[in-house]
Design a protein around this ligand. Sequence first.
Ligand SMILES: C[S@@+](CC[C@H](N)C(=O)[O-])C[C@H]1O[C@@H](n2cnc3c(N)ncnc32)[C@H](O)[C@@H]1O
Length: 397
Amino acid sequence: MGRVDLDQFAVLRTPEGSAALDAAARVAGGDPLTSAAALRSAGVPADLAAAALTQAELRRRATGKFGPEAAGMFLTRAGLEQATRRVVADRRAARLRDAGVRALADLGCGLGADALAAARAGIRVYGVEADPLTAAMAAANAGAAGLADAFTVECGDATAFDVSRVDGVFCDPARRSTGTGRRIFDPKAYSPPWDFVTDLAARVPHTVVKVAPGLDHALIPAGAEAEWVSVDGDLVEAALWCGRLAELPRRATVLRAGAVHQLTGSGTEEAAVGPVRRYLYDPDPAVVRAHLVAELATALGATIADPSIAYLYADTPDVTPFARCLEVTDVLPFSLKRLRALLRDRRVGRVEILKRGSALEPERLRRDLRLAGDQAASVVLTRVAGAPTALVCRPTG
Ligand SMILES: C[S@@+](CC[C@H](N)C(=O)[O-])C[C@H]1O[C@@H](n2cnc3c(N)ncnc32)[C@H](O)[C@@H]1O
């Protein structure tokens, strides 16, 4: 399926394009060649059919991130991949509004997922986007959402935007290279540039920056609050809340089944070390990345079994949104032979393999275990006081 360029996008915005988009939405999701043939036999020119089908396919994929609103949005593949999901954008927008932000610059607004959320929250948003097609689509998305007055987009370089016009700034720098689309891991290679982004905090009283969840803690600006966010167990982003927005050093926000749970702390505490106990807790990735494992240990009355490994152990099973709890039935120094013998003995035919602090490849281990039986178990590969260890576990009620 073809990529959409500015000319094709202009055609998609005409009544003919709109009819092609409706037709594409009806056939999308099936075999691409059959869908294209269906559109062409309905009289849609080949180029327009390809562009409309690309949009229809991207809209289908975007539903998971944006909900039903995706059906009216204009999207690029790269823009969709980098866009913030609605549940996360809405929470950020509400926090900005509650902090008193009235006018927000979104510097590198992409397709506008964050900007739209802020506009829905009642904030006036000035989006700046360097890529002409993405900027045009963001503006169209504002119109489709009925927010054209609240969210306007200019195509240009975000570093030239006059931030004295706003009382808040949001920046979600591009973390993919424009040419190759490859992921950029080093924040210094982000665009807009990292120095510009971190300097915004000194210029605007309310600054928030979205970053990759793998961000090195050493790069967190002094005085900023760093928040890690997970959605249903997937770590989706980190955000740096600067200036007046910083409330505390570290926050883990866990969005699970529609509910919001937050754990906060210094990010510098160390959990007490102890033996493996009857219950193992596997913390949510947002808690681990926020360095809040010690705070969670305190809340659960738990200890860790190795200073560098984020599994927690306790004598009682608590229900917590911040970790999954398993009951430990066996503790073995790691040995393939012993593990295989034990699992065979228990008639375990299906294993879930979890690991922290082990270089073993779960799929390879699963093959090597050659399991047979009608029982299921969780096998946890880890280290206990430095020693490679396998824990056999079962779910708690
Ligand atoms: C990660 S995306 C933003 C996604 C957006 N927050 C969303 O959720 O839809 C970053 C965007 O910044 C744009 N960008 C990168 N450098 C820029 C610059 N110097 N000026 C303006 N836009 C820039 C890229 O084209 C890209 O669309």
